[in-house]
Design a binder for this molecule. Structure first.
Ligand code: GLN
Length: 477
């Protein structure tokens, strides 16, 4: 049974065609797994058993009629709870939207529905995707399948944990500063943040629109590629989307740039550094050309990311005013209604960022904080593009440490440091893949990250085979 839950998309599709099992049987197996393990993992906020079984039966029916929709037809998956799903509660893990049922599906969910994929339910996140541990969810904790005392990472902690614990074949998440790659790294699965504009964000509740990306969690590269190809492409409803064919994979030995900033003393844990160095030797042995590069100062990139996301979030989240939708508290003046609804609806981390974001846009701060952050962003983008004009891939750690302890009482600044290695790709709008490569001394997953030129996702997935370890989710949870 466990083995069944950890099969690849291709294996499931072959089993459907060969009559070994149906999508309905597979869906029931995942629903049972959710029932058995999710009390411990806490990945799901909402399970839609009825909707999933209905979709699975439709997939089986199509197959019987010889009208299968392709590789994803009948494949069960989960989606982060900041994607709108028609008539299915979409909370953003916030009191603000606790009972919100959207009247429409996010474009990514529509595309998967059109490909026949079976939506099992909605998974946990840090409130409004702000965080690195899923501890800022107002609706419950997600634990790391590799250690219940560890966080699953964040903000897409539920998406990562669900794939790792065999509670779905793949999942969707969002990545604004690392929210797919960091939890993927902590849970030992693959996490892809695609090129900015590759996948529609229509119906995805925004954190910071100039950085937000929809992406994929999978156990295997081939699964990630299959899901990605169902999602990419122009959508009239999101003007940032583009129809760009993926760049061809170079027909020569790859040139890989290793980011040496992260090898400096104190930047990342000893285990992470050892893992990066081991990967470099491995790549050298396989005949790849390896060069060393540095990136613009990590603390500057982190600060710029923090200013930009907070400023954008302050305006994006202005819509939760207690009037139109979301939590609403009656009061005698409009000001009080705003204050009470927002005061009660938002958690501490969200409030901290909204206050900071508003501050960064107020008066002279706009010049000293926001405009400066935009200049840093441009410098990061230029530096990365410069590196990628002579290299195919940029190799770095995905995270500074493996999964940290839950309830560790980290300060906000310590927490923000989790994004040290990931924010660059967001600032530059480039695709980046977290790849599980092994475990540390405590048996916790370690991951490396490959970043490439715009629309080089197939190369990232292909190249992951050069680094990949044997850890694709925990099969004996
Ligand atoms: N950890 C980052 C943050 O808290 C990432 C958020 C994200 O990518 N959604 O801002």
């Amino acid at each position: 049974m466990q083995k069944l839950l950890f099969r690849s998309i291709r294996e499931h599709a072959a089993a459907f065609s060969g009559g070994e099992y149906t999508s309905e049987e597979l869906t029931r197996a995942f629903l049972r797994q959710i029932e058995t393990v999710d009390g411990r993992v806490g990945a799901y906020l909402t399970v839609d058993a009825e909707g999933a079984l209905l979709a699975a039966r439709e997939a089986d029916e199509r197959r019987r009629r010889g009208e299968s929709l392709g590789p994803l037809d009948g494949i069960p998956y989960a989606v982060k709870d900041n994607f709108c799903t028609k008539d299915l509660r979409t909370t953003c893990a916030s009191r603000m939207l606790e009972s919100y049922c959207p009247p429409y599906d996010a474009e990514a969910v529509c595309r998967l529905r059109r490909a026949g994929a079976v939506l099992l339910g909605k998974v946990n996140l840090d409130e409004f995707a702000m965080g690195s541990s899923t501890e800022h969810s107002a609706l419950g904790r997600t634990r790391n399948p590799y250690g219940e005392d560890r966080v699953a990472g964040g903000s897409s902690g539920g998406s990562a944990a669900a794939v790792a614990a065999g509670e779905c074949v793949f999942s969707l998440g969002t990545d604004t500063g690392g929210s797919i790659r960091q939890p993927a790294a902590f849970c030992g699965v693959m996490g892809l943040k695609p090129t900015y504009g590759a996948i529609s964000r229509y119906g995805v509740i925004a954190l910071a629109s100039s950085l937000d990306c929809v992406g994929v969690f999978s156990r295997l590269a081939e699964d990630g590629e299959t899901v990605l190809s169902a999602l990419v492409g122009r959508d009239e409803k999101d003007m940032t989307t583009l129809d760009v064919p993926p760049s061809p994979i170079p027909d020569r030995p790859l040139r890989v740039a290793v980011v040496t900033d992260f090898l400096q003393e104190g930047m990342v844990s000893d285990d992470v550094r050892a893992c990066l160095l081991a990967a470099v030797s491995l790549l050298r042995e396989s005949g790849l050309a390896i060069g060393e590069v540095t990136l613009p100062e990590p603390s500057m990139a982190l600060a710029a990311y923090s200013v930009l996301t907070s400023a954008e979030a302050a305006s994006e989240l202005g819509r939760y005013d207690g009037v139109r939708y979301g939590l609403s508290r009656a009061a005698d003046t409009l000001e009080r209604l705003y204050a009470e609804s927002r005061g009660e609806g938002f958690g501490r981390e969200v409030k901290r960022r909204l206050l900071f974001g508003t501050y960064a846009l107020t008066g002279e701060n706009r010049e000293t904080l926001y405009d400066r952050a935009r200049r840093v962003r441009l410098a990061v983008k230029r530096a990365m593009e410069e590196i990628l004009s002579s290299y195919d891939l940029i190799l770095s750690p995905a995270t500074p440490t493996s999964a940290f302890l839950a309830n560790a009482r980290r300060t906000p600044a310590e927490m923000y440091r989790s994004d040290l290695c990931t924010v660059y790709a967001n600032l530059a709008g480039l695709p980046s893949l977290a790849i599980p490569v092994g475990v540390d001394r405590e048996g916790l997953p370690l991951a490396l990250q490959l970043t490439g030129a715009a629309f080089s996702e197939p190369l990232l997935y292909r190249a992951s085979a050069l680094l990949e370890g044997k850890h694709h989710g925990r099969d004996e949870i």
